[in-house]
Design a protein around this ligand. Structure first.
Ligand code: UT7
Length: 349
């Protein structure tokens, strides 16, 4: 028997404010047709002023703990590039609000690969016997760092959180994380960046006025690198699991662009039907993207117990990462705001 980290709970959270492509076309030089054709995105959700990343992280964390039928974990890892504050990390506050005060809690900043990086760190702690049970959250609110006048990034990104509980178990159990491939390429760090606000270019009235606190992305260059890196990374994980591509039932890759997802599937030799897609409803939710797609796919019954699943992320840094598992029997609570309003008798937006 080999000790392994096993996925035991899953939850997600979206903010209440829905933004359609038509809403964006009302205020920017864009169109529903351009956004749908070039990205596959139709809607995204954004937080209201006064809310922060930790609010979504707590909500997703609560749902993941309930899904795992537990109140206790001994590690909290939060993947985010939009922490509540530049300092300190957001994870300790999230842990405290979840009633987990006292446990080790820290952030991981690997942008859209952050969730897979966080899974790898937590799984390593579990494999070493340091941790018995971990809460791993991916949460981002890119609406707080996007230039409202930038039609490209504003069309793509949405806010969300997704979370899983990992517990110590055996490698041959359903839900066991079966291998990891992680990598980075800092030579191209400038392709996805917030130029100012860190130690290199400090916040000054000038940098704020020059919009250097906003997120920037060189989309076309990132597109091709995303396809190559996620394909190579998923292939490396398949070697570790000894699975052939024909044995993979679902690819859950970072939801950046439908054309990227289909290109990765084509490179790997997978049917497009095997690719989990929810970016049409939520956009690119950065570190939340993979757990949110997992939760959506479980609720929609496109991801089922026993499926062989490959997870793959790519993002700023540049960074990438993949892992694989046989899908376990986990329950997921509904998380779309419209659904919950209906569910609890509230007003439908
Ligand atoms: O999450 C981390 C990883 N991120 C990604 O993986 C994102 C990867 N990149 C992409 O998804 C795509 O590159 C984008 C969706 C960002 C852009 O799509 P594209 O097909 O690569 O477009 P482009 O940047 O080459 O721009 C084509 C044209 C440009 O106009 P000109 O210069 O040809 O006149 C843009 O200004 O489309 C224009 N454009 C838009 N037009 C209408 C860019 N954004 C928009 C927009 N509406 N929202």
């Amino acid at each position: 028997m080999t000790r392994a980290a096993v996925l035991a709970g899953l939850g997600a959270a979206l903010p209440p404010h829905l933004v359609t492509n038509a809403d964006l076309a009302d205020v920017l030089a864009t169109s529903d047709d351009w956004i749908r054709t070039r990205t596959g995105i139709a809607t995204r959700y954004v937080i209201e002023p006064g809310s922060a990343t930790s609010d979504l992280a707590v909500e997703a964390g609560q749902r993941a703990l309930a899904s795992a039928d537990t109140h206790r974990v001994d590690l909290v890892v939060l993947a985010t590039s939009t922490p509540d504050h530049p300092c300190p990390a957001t994870a300790p506050a999230v842990a405290w609000r979840l009633g987990l005060g006292g446990v080790p809690a820290f952030d991981i900043a690997a942008v859209c690969s952050g969730f897979v990086y966080a899974l790898a760190v937590a799984a390593g702690q579990i494999a070493l016997g340091i941790t018995q049970r971990a809460l791993v959250i991916g949460a981002d609110t890119f609406s707080t760092i996007i230039d409202p006048a930038d039609r490209t990034t504003r069309a793509i990104f949405g806010d969300a959180a997704g979370a899983v509980v990992l517990r110590a178990g055996e490698r041959d159990e359903p839900g066991a994380l079966l291998g990891f491939d992680l990598g980075s390429d800092g030579e191209h760090a400038d392709l996805i960046t917030v130029p100012a606000g860190g130690s290199r270019e400090r916040s000054t009235p000038h940098s704020v006025a020059a919009a250097k606190r906003y997120f920037t992305m060189q989309g076309r260059d990132v597109f091709y690198r995303a396809v190559v890196s996620m394909t190579e990374s998923a292939t490396s994980v398949l070697k570790q699991t000894n699975w052939s591509i024909d044995q993979v039932d679902r690819l859950v890759a970072h939801q950046a662009n439908l054309r990227i997802l289909h290109s990765v599937a084509d490179q790997l030799g997978m049917d497009h039907d095997s690719v989990v897609v929810n970016l049409d409803r939520v956009g690119n939710t950065v570190a939340a993207s993979i757990p949110l797609a997992l939760a959506d796919a479980v609720l929609g019954a496109t991801l089922r117990e026993g499926h062989r699943v490959v997870l793959s992320g790519f993002g700023g840094g540049l960074t990438w990462g993949s892992t694989a598992l046989r899908w376990p029997d986990v329950a997921v609570a509904p998380f779309y705001p419209e659904y919950q309003e209906k569910q609890y008798g509230g007003k439908t937006k």
